[in-house]
Ligand binder design. Structure first.
Ligand SMILES: O=C1O[C@H](COP(=O)(O)O)[C@@H](O)[C@H](O)[C@H]1O
Length: 241
């Protein structure tokens, strides 16, 4: 695991953008495509703008395929839909072919949406092992990642798949990659900044004794890939040296 700590958000986002570009270049050179899983929430908005505006000419976007590590069970035009956030901050600044963006179909019931999303991924990978080039993850203040929330059945998921989960504290369903699917990736990058992430971060990377049920982000541990945390100083406030 590599922990990168930044003084400012500007430095963090620029370095993370450079890191994404490097992996994109390597993947395109090796496999002629870059399979990129996006995170939702608020944290990645600035990164998506930097990649699609400032760094627009540094990636061959025609070779990029976009996926979502999790989605909220809301219509595609709802402001909480992760796909809409990515569309507004990322895709709308570029000319991305619609068939390169894998949105979760939330017109379906959550369980069916998860099954269909997994089918679409399987098809994209031609039935081969699903190894994404890069999975970008966020982390909630409660240490959830993707939509693997504390004390939900998704914490115990052993299957490499996409699943639906009822999140009691939000009284809503989510659709999410399972940890075994995430852990197959070549590269996994966490983006977490701000003081409100400090407690979660101190447990997720600081605790020797793991408690996955309470801190699901601890489940992320790539089998053969690389794990990098991009965080700011505020988020590391409670980490012991
Ligand atoms: O609900 C979600 O939260 C996490 C973290 O979001 P943030 O707003 O604190 O950045 C995010 O990674 C996930 O994709 C999203 O659905």
């Amino acid at each position: 695991m590599n922990l990168l700590i930044y003084k400012t958000l500007e430095e963090l986002n620029q370095d993370l953008a450079d890191y994404v570009i490097k992996i994109a270049e390597m993947s395109i050179e090796e496999n002629d495509r870059f399979n990129f899983v996006l995170t939702g929430g608020n944290s990645p908005m600035e990164l998506y703008k930097i990649l699609s505006i400032d760094c627009k000419d540094r990636i061959d976007w025609e070779k990029v395929y976009f996926f979502f590590g999790d989605e909220r069970n809301v219509p595609a035009d709802d402001e909480n839909y992760n796909g809409l956030m990515a569309k507004k901050n990322f895709f709308d600044n570029l000319n991305i072919a619609e068939d390169h963006i894998f949105y979760v179909n939330t017109t379906l019931a959550p369980e069916k949406a998860a099954i269909e999303y997994k089918k679409a991924i399987d098809k994209h990978f031609n039935g081969n092992d699903i190894v994404f080039d890069l999975i970008l993850l966020g982390m909630g203040d409660d240490a959830h990642t993707a939509s693997i929330f504390p004390h939900t059945n998704l914490v115990k998921a052993e299957e490499v798949t996409v699943a639906s989960v009822f999140v009691e504290k939000l009284n809503t369903y989510r659709i999410s990659f399972t940890a075994p699917l995430i852990n197959k990736a070549e590269n996994i990058a966490f983006l977490a900044f701000g003081e409100n992430k400090a407690a979660a971060l101190s447990h997720v990377i600081g605790d020797e004794q793991k408690d996955f049920d309470t801190y699901p982000a601890q489940l992320i541990n790539p089998i053969d890939g690389k794990l990098t945390w991009f965080v700011d100083e505020a988020a590391t406030k409670l980490l012991e040296d």
